[in-house]
Design a protein around this ligand. Structure first.
Ligand SMILES: [Ca+2]
Ligand SMILES: [Ca+2]
Length: 247
């Protein structure tokens, strides 16, 4: 097998890798003015189409998304829809002092994702996903605050571990970020934080009461880390065999 043929084979195999799915949940502040405007707008940092983005402002079962039990501040959604539109067995339960809103407005689906959030209240919100169907995933924590276009956010925790080392520069709304989603990494100011390489059927995301700063959580995306397909694994074994034979 020549190098070019090997390269072609690997490129073909890469194309066969399993497409990753994700599960998004929007924490809303208002049942009346924050439902999705359309069903097809890509929203959030991983561009899930709005009709497949679960939202807590759904007490009536509209648009095929799961119906909320409880309140906007503390409740649950069962049978979350994933980014392909499939109903999963995944559920989410959340509790917070209250749901609140920032200055993003409600003029677009992206704004409706940003505007409402679970407020900190000192102790912070707590959100638990159960029966996650992915072996490995990244947790995107979308941020919102009424502290202004920019502010310093407290650190989110995932399974009790701080995601960043210290309180960090954040955007409170989409005006601050220029309308988009930008990862906050502790140095660069942003409006979401990512905890990477998480495994386990359940995951907890929480705020905390460690500093005078606060963290508001506008939404969460559980994003599957793609696994190599069986075809790719088979090709890898074949290439390994060929390489060994040529020696
Ligand atoms: Ca706090
Ligand atoms: Ca939200």
């Amino acid at each position: 097998m020549t190098a070019s043929v090997l390269t072609l084979a690997l490129l073909s195999a890469t194309a066969l890798a399993v497409q990753a799915a994700s599960i998004g949940v929007n924490f809303s502040e208002n049942d009346g003015n924050q439902s999705w405007l359309t069903s097809t707008t890509p929203v959030g940092p991983t561009a899930i189409q709005s009709g497949f983005f679960n939202t807590t402002n759904n007490p009536t079962g509209a648009a095929g998304l799961p119906v909320r039990t409880g309140s906007l501040a503390a409740g649950s959604l069962l049978g979350l829809v994933d980014s392909t539109g499939a109903v999963t067995s995944t559920s989410v339960a959340w509790s917070s002092p209250n749901a609140w809103y920032n200055a993003s407005g409600t003029g677009s689906d992206e704004a409706r994702l940003s505007v409402g959030y679970l407020d900190d209240g000192g102790a912070g919100a707590s959100i638990t996903f159960s029966s996650i169907p992915f072996a490995l995933y990244d947790v995107y924590i979308l941020l919102g605050s009424d502290a202004g276009d920019t502010h310093t956010s407290e650190i989110p925790r995932v399974n009790g571990a701080n995601v960043l080392a210290a309180d960090f520069p954040a955007f409170g709304n989409l005006i601050g970020s220029g309308g988009g989603w930008i990862e906050a990494d502790g140095t660069n100011r942003g409006n979401y934080v990512v905890a990477r390489g998480i495994s386990g059927a359940s995951v907890n995301i929480s705020g905390q009461n460690s500093t005078s700063n606060r963290i508001g959580i506008s939404g969460i995306v559980i994003n599957q880390v793609p696994e190599p397909s069986a075809a790719l694994l088979g090709l890898g074994a074949l290439v390994g065999l060929i390489v060994r034979r040529r020696r």
